[in-house]
Design a protein around this ligand. Structure first.
Ligand SMILES: Nc1ncnc2c1ncn2[C@@H]1O[C@H](COP(=O)(O)OP(=O)(O)OP(=O)(O)O)[C@@H](O)[C@H]1O
Ligand SMILES: [Mg+2]
Length: 271
């Protein structure tokens, strides 16, 4: 049964952590000041969507569409200009501490310590989550093997390729088994083989009680992995639904054509 609770600092009713809704975003806006103060960049411009518990949800859009800014608001890296965002039942404006306990983020730019090896990085981040050494090593071994990074675990990460750094970031984001996982362009810059490996891996970590929000501008990635996608353009959601349903609805053969039908542009050539 759905349960709701009153948020402590807001008069809106929100879903409690045990409800079916994992993330709820309403009329979310983030406007950055432009170079001249009169202009502002409407990075996120009135976005509304929800993500169900256990869902694999995609934000698909061109460069500069507002995907990272949306993720940054949901993970507490930037504050919204307007609107509401609730993550795991907690309000991003008031309950960031609680949110940080249930989420993990794999950022667009991998941030690992290059003077440490792969396994040392994993141990370092596992320690931050107060996991025991045994727990970290067991989980690390499983994830390293799944991603094909096991043989490189003792190499310094400054010798890793861009794709390997992304894979390591993914492992670090998953080490504490988060309830809600944010993946910002997890396969960008990877060759097709490495990308398929990550897709296989992401398919394998799909489970009922973990919600995954992924941003991408790869059509194939969104179609292969996501239960539902929000297509986002110039800070606005222009279409939302399961990939197959959107393709049917717009009478086209893939999500690129859905985007083209709505905007007259291609996603990658975008803006
Ligand atoms: N801190 C900032 N200050 C000013 N403008 C910003 C800031 N962060 C983002 N923007 C602008 O907001 C818009 C959305 O950027 P965002 O990074 O969210 O896009 P994105 O969809 O993640 O793009 P990409 O696919 O390139 O990662 C862009 O026009 C960007 O230049
Ligand atoms: Mg981005």
């Amino acid at each position: 049964m759905l349960s709701t609770k009153e948020n402590k600092n807001s008069d809106i009713k929100i879903n409690a952590p045990d409800s079916f809704i994992s993330i709820e975003v309403k009329n979310l806006k983030k406007h950055f000041k432009g170079k001249r103060k009169i202009e502002s960049v409407k990075a996120v411009d009135g976005v509304t969507f929800h993500v169900e518990h256990g869902e694999f949800f995609g934000l698909l859009g061109s460069n500069g569409a507002g995907k990272t800014t949306t993720i940054n608001i949901l993970t507490g890296a930037v504050s919204p200009t307007e609107g509401t965002a609730v993550v795991g039942g907690y309000n991003v404006r008031t309950d960031l501490k609680e949110i940080k306990e249930i989420i993990s983020v794999c950022p667009q730019e991998p941030s690992v310590y290059t003077f440490l090896t792969g396994i040392e990085n994993i141990q370092f981040f596992g320690n931050l989550h107060l996991m025991s050494k045994k727990e970290i090593l067991e989980r690390a071994e499983e994830l390293l093997k799944l991603l094909g990074l096991y043989d490189d675990r003792k190499r310094k990460t400054k010798r890793y390729s861009g794709g390997m750094l992304r894979q390591l970031s993914l492992i670090i984001a998953l080490i504490n088994e988060p309830d809600i996982l944010f993946l910002d362009e997890p396969t960008v810059g990877m060759d097709p083989r490495a990308r398929r490996k990550v897709w296989e891996f992401l398919g394998s970590i799909r489970r009922q009680n973990r919600t995954v929000i992924l941003t991408t501008h790869y059509i194939e990635e969104a179609e292969a992995l996501c239960d539902r996608v929000a297509i986002i353009d110039y800070g606005k959601v222009i279409a939302i639904g399961p990939p197959k349903k959107l393709i049917e609805e717009y009478e086209v053969t893939n999500l690129e054509e859905v985007f083209m039908k709505i905007t007259g542009r291609r996603i990658v050539e975008g803006i």
